[in-house]
Design a protein around this ligand. Sequence first.
Ligand code: AMP
Length: 221
Amino acid sequence: MYDDVRIYGVGGPANAGKGTLLSLLEKAHGGEFVVISVGNRLRKEVKEGTELGLQAKTYMENGKLVPDDIINKVFLKIIDEVIKEGKCHKMILDGYPRSPGQVVEMLKSGVYMERMIEITLPEDVLIKRGSDRVCCVDCGETYTVEDLHKRTKKEGVCDKCGGNVVRRPDDAPEKVKVRLQSYLDDTYPMYDVLRKAGVEVVSIDRSETGDVDRFFEAVDF
Ligand code: AMP
């Protein structure tokens, strides 16, 4: 079912800059790939107050991973919707898988990854960046408050869709630290599981020059 689709994963600790890299990719190659973001879907469900949203809300607000059984169902639902639309043969999974259990479930369901890309940054930079980030509640686009180059044109309003731009509750400094620890404890071991399953894992440090080019290459653009 997924044979004619090339699937890439993008992961890394919160605030490493996955969103910015994906926006740059969209500007350069929009229409040539689809991004699947479980996090964006969950935020939508929370906003709409659905049963799934209610189940996920507390975990998300506390910077914790939502349990695998909930996440795997959401992921399969989104990927099936995208495949049914049949519009695109290249998919980038933003923030999935995020645990060894999710890797196992993903491979069991027949989704095979071309490559998993880990986006990293030193810890102090990650924490500082968290406190500078704001995000559109409707489309998930991220902006900064202090860094001029990625501010919204009109304060609090998304340039892309006109939605409200606010600080995510999980971007408070103490929550960013919890998310980083959760990344090291709960997510990091999955890279070994992926390697053992034959999936290539590439690490890109965003503080190094050439990071954007390396990212484009890693997703075969
Ligand atoms: P993100 O926007 O990708 O940072 O996701 C926001 C939040 O949604 C995370 O902090 C988790 O609480 C939850 N979430 C998103 N993707 C996953 C996943 N693959 N596994 C578990 N929780 C997830």
